[in-house]
Design a protein. Structure first.
Length: 108
């Protein structure tokens, strides 16, 4: 393959990638969103022992989805609860690693 052909194919490839890119690499970062997500992670670390994984995981999944722009609040909570329950039992039954049950101890 000649250099001109290779350069032309590379140019077409890069143009196609740019046209499908969802993020503009030249735009400034959204540090407010990053800071809120970091705050959410810190809250999860603090709350996972007293509240348990299922409640805290629900808050984590639903909160992250909401912070990142999803405005279906009830659906976020339902999906977060389902993901938390699945991961709770996957760790406990599948891997033999108990996650904190917190205030739901005896229920789960």
């Amino acid at each position: 393959m000649h250099c001109a052909e290779r350069d032309r194919l590379r140019s077409i490839y890069l143009q196609a990638l740019r046209s499908y890119a969802l993020v503009d690499p030249n735009s400034p970062g959204d540090w407010r969103t990053v800071a809120i997500l970091v705050g959410l992670f810190v809250a999860v670390i603090v709350l996972v022992q007293p509240l348990g994984w299922v409640i805290t995981g629900t808050l984590l999944f639903a909160g992250a989805a909401t912070i990142l722009g999803n405005r279906h609040y009830v659906r976020n909570i339902v999906i977060g609860a389902v993901l938390s329950l699945i991961s709770f039992y996957a760790f406990y039954s599948g891997l033999g690693i108990p996650l904190p049950a917190g205030i739901l101890d005896g229920i789960l």
